[in-house]
Design a protein around this ligand. Structure first.
Ligand SMILES: [Zn+2]
Length: 223
């Protein structure tokens, strides 16, 4: 076993002993989000017009807390759980896509954050969710494509801008595609934690389509 992997295992084991997992909602032990709390989270209304779908209503305090903990309190494992929820919630949409791609894998692209933010946070929360999401499908359905879309400009967070028009301007040109040749003809799912006006996902969709993607849809944990 590689030494670093060994240390990682020991570290996780110690963390489990020192800080046993508790449900974020009710404190039940050994669960990150128990079923009882989960079924009570308000679901988001579906946005069918833009191909961006979200599971939960971001105004619900528990989902806000879960995303906050994932982003700012190093609770990376929450990404696994949220990714699982995303997969289960959109299972029908995914089945339709599977028929559509006829045996080819669907690319999963997490919304990128800048290098500066990745260093600050230690990881990209959307990538943590995307990994959890991909883990729930049978092998070969998804192909996680991190680093295909990169964020080259660290713009103002979308949530800090109130006007829709300015939000759209704020994301214009901040992303870039690496290896655009692998995008051609592919069906792609973009994964994000929160979508506000959908501006960020819409911009990534725009550049992926421009690079020749066949179909792009966005899944977000909350809206
Ligand atoms: Zn609970």
């Amino acid at each position: 076993m590689k030494l670093c992997l060994y240390f990682k295992l020991i570290k996780n084991l110690l963390l489990d002993i020192l800080f046993p997992t508790k449900c974020l909602g009710c404190g039940t032990k050994n669960e990150i989000l128990c079923n009882n709390c989960m079924v009570q989270i308000r679901t988001a209304e579906r946005e069918t017009d833009t191909n961006i779908l979200a599971v939960f209503d971001y105004r619900d305090p528990l989902i806000r807390k879960a995303i906050w903990e994932l982003k700012y309190h190093h609770k990376r494992y929450l990404g696994e759980k949220l990714g699982q929820l995303l997969y289960e919630f959109f299972i029908e949409d995914i089945s339709d896509m599977k028929i559509d791609v006829s045996g080819r894998s669907i690319y999963v692209i997490p919304t990128p954050i800048s290098n500066k933010k990745t260093k600050m946070r230690g990881y990209n929360q959307a990538l943590a969710i995307a990994k959890g999401f991909c883990n729930w499908a049978e092998i070969g359905v998804f192909e996680l494509k991190d680093k295909v879309v990169i964020k080259k400009i660290d713009n103002i967070p979308q949530a800090k801008i109130s006007s829709r028009k300015r939000r759209l301007e704020n994301v214009r040109g901040v992303f870039e595609i690496k290896n655009s040749e692998i995008i051609k003809g592919r069906t792609i799912i973009i994964i994000d934690d929160v979508t506000t006006t959908g501006g960020t996902i819409a911009e990534i969709m725009r550049i992926l389509k421009k690079a020749g993607a066949k179909k792009v849809i966005g899944f977000a944990v909350a809206h």
